[in-house]
Design a protein around this ligand. Structure first.
Ligand SMILES: C[S@@+](CC[C@H](N)C(=O)[O-])C[C@H]1O[C@@H](n2cnc3c(N)ncnc32)[C@H](O)[C@@H]1O
Length: 273
């Protein structure tokens, strides 16, 4: 498991440990060595450029252009959010709640890299589901399309540039979404500087004023585009989900439940008519 640069990585890590830990909380020497091996950094030039990126704090997923999510590897770059492990729960729950549904019409709103939708479709390949994906960012859609091809799902997803569901007229059995949900000002202090520096702001933030109205409109769209026996799963902010739950009830949904993440924080809304 060693390559000839092992020593250099070791010395670099020890020398810059504090700085590296502030950029990459919890990072270990063994992880850096593994990245060097996995990504075939086999020249002085490649190693030095890797060290420079690390000193700048660029996320490893963007440096190497890939992120692992659920059961697959996805192409990622600065046009899309790096898919997070807690979002895998949304995929698991979506699969669980649709286990008895034969062929579903499913949409992922704010698809980014496509991680949620493509993971869901891959697990349900026998069902011949009909799939839509939308994002307000044309650049993000380009990444999602590449991932669709990589997962041999080309031609199976209809892509739309759309503000939430405004450009889509279909009705769906399953509406999945991990929308931006951090309040631009009041939640900002809790966001790591690496995220602020590198990930697309449009994927993360909503304005503080108008935050609830943004979701109210979204819930109204979901209400009119969710089929009678369908369900929606939405990821959200632990401090705002209780409020969004009440809002979803006000919009007319009868069943709205909060689901937790791995840290036992409120993380998802499960919504049915
Ligand atoms: C938190 S990221 C989620 C990306 C991906 N679904 C995931 O879970 O990794 C939110 C995504 O929503 C998109 N987005 C932001 N505002 C939107 C809007 N008004 N309508 C549709 N998509 C939006 C962003 O471009 C971004 O790709």
């Amino acid at each position: 498991m060693k390559n000839k640069y092992h020593n250099q990585v070791d010395v670099f890590f020890e020398k810059n440990k504090q700085h590296l830990l502030s950029n990459y909380p919890g990072i270990k020497l063994s992880r850096l060595i593994q990245e060097v091996l996995d990504n075939q950094l086999d020249s002085e030039e490649k190693i030095n450029s890797f060290f420079e990126e690390l000193m700048r704090g660029r996320p490893l997923e963007y440096i190497f252009g890939k992120a692992f999510f659920y059961q697959s590897e996805f192409l990622v770059d600065e046009r899309v959010l790096i898919p997070r492990s807690e979002t895998e729960i949304l995929v698991e729950k979506a699969l669980e709640f649709s286990a008895s549904m034969k062929q579903v019409k499913v949409i992922d709103v704010g698809t980014g890299s496509g991680a949620i939708l493509l993971s869901y479709l891959k697990e349900r390949q026998d069902h011949q589901d009909l799939a839509w994906a939308c994002d307000i960012s044309e650049e993000a859609l380009a990444v999602a399309k590449k991932n669709t091809a990589l997962m041999s799902l080309e031609g199976k997803v209809h892509f739309f540039e759309s503000d939430r569901l405004s450009e889509i007229e279909e009705k769906f059995d399953v509406i999945l979404t991990n929308p931006p949900y951090i309040k631009e000002h009041s939640d900002r202090a809790g966001v790591h500087h690496q995220v602020l520096n590198y990930e697309p702001a449009q994927a993360l933030f909503l304005k503080d004023e108008g935050y609830e109205e943004w979701f109210e409109l979204f819930f109204k769209q979901i209400k009119s585009q969710l089929k009678e026996n369908g369900f929606s799963l939405m990821e959200g902010h632990e401090n705002h989900l209780q409020k969004l739950k009440s809002l979803a009830h006000e919009v007319g949904f009868q069943k709205v439940e909060i689901l937790k993440d791995y840290n036992n924080c409120d993380r998802f809304l499960y919504i049915r008519h």
